[in-house]
Design a protein around this ligand. Structure first.
Ligand code: AGP
Length: 613
């Protein structure tokens, strides 16, 4: 996903912009750039590839500029090449713009502009914005009236207010106008954007990680709002151009620790942070004297519960369905958000629709929230970023308190999401009169159970060494083990690029088993003790065809499994086992990726949050 940073203050902008971009690298990108404004002119540096490639040319500029904008680009329109890197300038070089999102009507706007002679320098959708800003006039429709011709009565804010209604799609924007060098403008629609206030000036950023040490106040810009930043202040406006007031949240960089703390990778650090993430999240559901309670009002006995998300969060929903239906006896329907938003979900008033998202900014999940809302569902967000778009769009929010997650591959947020769904199922079970004291006790002790599972790293590493050279791997499991298999398979694929698939163990013989050859690695999840004999039989089916089986089971069941290696785990409540058995799968993927020399925290072509369709 693209990242935006901006600065206006009394310090040199260049190092601050570079530092901000480095903090956004984890979001995934393929090019980067910065524009500095000094003495009425822009000095722009853009490169395909890593942020570090900006350092030398920016230093060479040795610019005294104290105002600038910068960007990491995750290509959507136009190749990941220097001409398409942001910032983009207007033809007269009076405007510079950085953008996160998609301008859906860019082609029409571009055609209109080219029809009046505008020559575009890039293939991007973004470039229509600076070109429009240059040409928008008092009577609109691209009157060729640059700012200075309109005199002081036409400010950059008014130009922006005229341009924004022309755009369709999503945007978070940082904008500079060379004719008015003491302001930095910003606006957003469907993409996250924050303004930071610090001792050394004012900042713009796509997320908290990019703010400098001196930032102590943060304003989250809401869709439709515009911000006008000066060296030491910010003024906000609504789409009609009327000034509005906003409340800042206190901010401290220390809270957003974005260093590896001695680990080789953020992912490995975040795997170890899972017991704490789950403990902090569950504390939200238990009062100091240990009484379980929900902090939000939800529909009583919903007819149906929809569980909707993308990627790993979808696997959380898969787990949630099994747990909710077994514990609370409420029908659940699970959907991938990108499918849900285009199917015709049979939602009726009083249904509960739950949306799970680490970033709270995933475009498909956000659109699914709006779809469910429009059909009368009560929407509940389970998000890791307070104030995110999905959090704001939902009727209620149950937060995961995992802290900032830097690695693209989610681990601690995933585990925190699972714990919220268990708590939700427990809530509805209690509401229906089904007390579950054993589960409640196990839920309180879940952080310890996860901590214990971290001790399986040595065996996970051994198995990683056995499969690192494989081309394909298969994950199998039944019931909750299948949901965990889905997550284990995604983790392996997304960080080690080793192709893998997850299957219900009973499903293999319906086709896929034809792919099992001598030496094919199969990771068999057999933690569901009720179904252990069935899974053990499925393991024999694949070993009979030459597979190398690496099993995960609960202590004492190792001998039931015909496997080359077994990871055995201390059992917790059966419904909570997905949180325990995912730990060795995360460690397995991490070590396979390490052995294969992959970029573990920033896998190729992946973004931490996908804010475009
Ligand atoms: C997780 O390892 C993946 N990076 C990805 O599948 C992720 O879970 C998905 O993109 C959803 O993101 P969200 O939780 O921020 O909505």
């Amino acid at each position: 996903m693209c990242g935006i940073v901006g600065y206006i203050g009394d310090s040199k902008a260049s190092p601050l912009l570079l530092e901000g971009l480095r903090a956004l690298e984890y979001r995934g990108y393929d090019s980067a750039g910065a524009a500095l404004l000094l003495d009425g002119a822009f000095h722009t540096v853009r490169r395909a590839g890593r942020v570090e490639q900006l350092k030398e040319p920016l230093n060479a500029l040795n610019s005294k500029a104290t105002i600038g904008i910068a960007h990491t680009r995750w290509a959507t329109h136009g190749a990941p090449a220097e001409p398409n890197a942001h910032p983009h300038l207007s033809a007269d070089e009076r405007w510079a713009v950085v953008h996160n999102g998609i301008i859906e009507n860019a082609d029409e706007l571009r055609a209109d502009l080219e029809a009046i002679g505008v020559a575009f320098a890039s293939e991007t959708d973004t470039e229509v914005i600076p070109q429009l800003l240059e040409r928008v006039g008092m009577d609109g429709d691209f009157e060729c009236a640059a700012l200075e011709n309109l005199g002081e009565q036409y400010t950059p804010l008014e130009a922006l207010l005229d341009v924004l209604p022309l755009l369709k799609g999503s945007w978070a924007l940082g904008i500079l106008c060379a004719d008015v060098p003491d302001t930095l403008l910003c606006a957003c629609q469907g993409s996250p954007l924050l303004v930071g206030e610090g001792e050394n000036g004012m900042y713009l950023a796509s997320d908290y990680a990019a703010f400098a040490e001196d930032v102590h106040k943060v304003y989250r810009i809401i869709d439709g709002e515009i911000g006008v930043l000066t060296q030491n202040s910010v003024t906000f406006y609504n789409p009609a151009g009327q000034e509005i007031s906003k409340t800042a949240e206190q901010f401290s960089r220390k809270e957003q620790s974005s260093d590896k703390g001695g680990y080789a990778h953020f992912m490995r650090k975040e795997i170890d942070e899972q017991p704490l993430a789950v403990r902090r999240t569950l504390a939200h559901f238990f009062s100091d004297d240990g009484v379980f309670r929900l902090s939000v009002e939800l529909p009583v006995k919903p007819r149906k519960i929809w569980l909707v998300a993308c990627g790993s969060a979808y696997h959380v929903c898969m787990t949630g369905k099994y747990v909710m239906e077994e514990l609370a006896r409420i029908p659940c329907e699970v959907a991938v958000a990108s499918e849900f938003r285009y199917q015709y979900p049979l939602i009726t008033q009083g249904d509960l629709a739950v949306f799970v998202s680490q970033s709270g900014e995933t475009a498909d999940t956000l659109a699914a929230v709006r779809e469910a809302s429009s059909r009368g569902a009560f929407t509940l967000g389970i998000v890791n970023v307070p104030g995110s778009a999905i959090a704001r769009a939902c009727g209620a929010v149950l937060p995961t308190l995992a802290g900032m997650e830097i690695a693209v591959a989610t681990t601690k947020a995933y585990s925190a999401q699972l714990s919220v769904l268990y708590a939700l199922a427990l809530h509805f079970a209690k509401e229906a009169g089904h007390e579950a004291p054993e589960l409640e006790k196990a839920l309180r002790q879940l952080p310890e159970a996860i901590q214990a599972a971290l001790s399986t790293e040595e065996t996970a590493q051994f198995i990683a060494e056995q499969i690192a050279d494989a081309e394909h791997a298969y994950f199998i499991g039944r019931n909750l083990d299948y949901a965990a298999a889905l997550e284990g398979s995604l983790k392996l694929k997304e960080i080690s690029y080793l192709h893998s698939e997850a299957y219900p163990a009973g499903e293999l013989k319906h086709g896929t088993i034809s792919l099992i050859e001598a030496g094919t690695p199969v990771i068999a999840l057999a933690c569901n003790e009720r179904l252990l004999p069935k899974t053990a039989a499925n393991i024999r089916e694949v070993t009979a065809r030459g597979a190398r089986v690496f099993a995960v089971c609960t202590n004492g069941n190792e001998d039931h499994l015909d496997a080359d290696a077994v990871i055995s785990l201390a059992a917790t409540h059966p419904l909570l086992m997905p949180s325990v058995e995912v730990i060795p799968l995360q460690l397995l993927s991490y070590h396979v990726a390490r052995i294969r020399g992959c970029d573990i925290d920033k896998p190729k072509n992946l973004a931490k949050s996908v804010t475009v369709e």
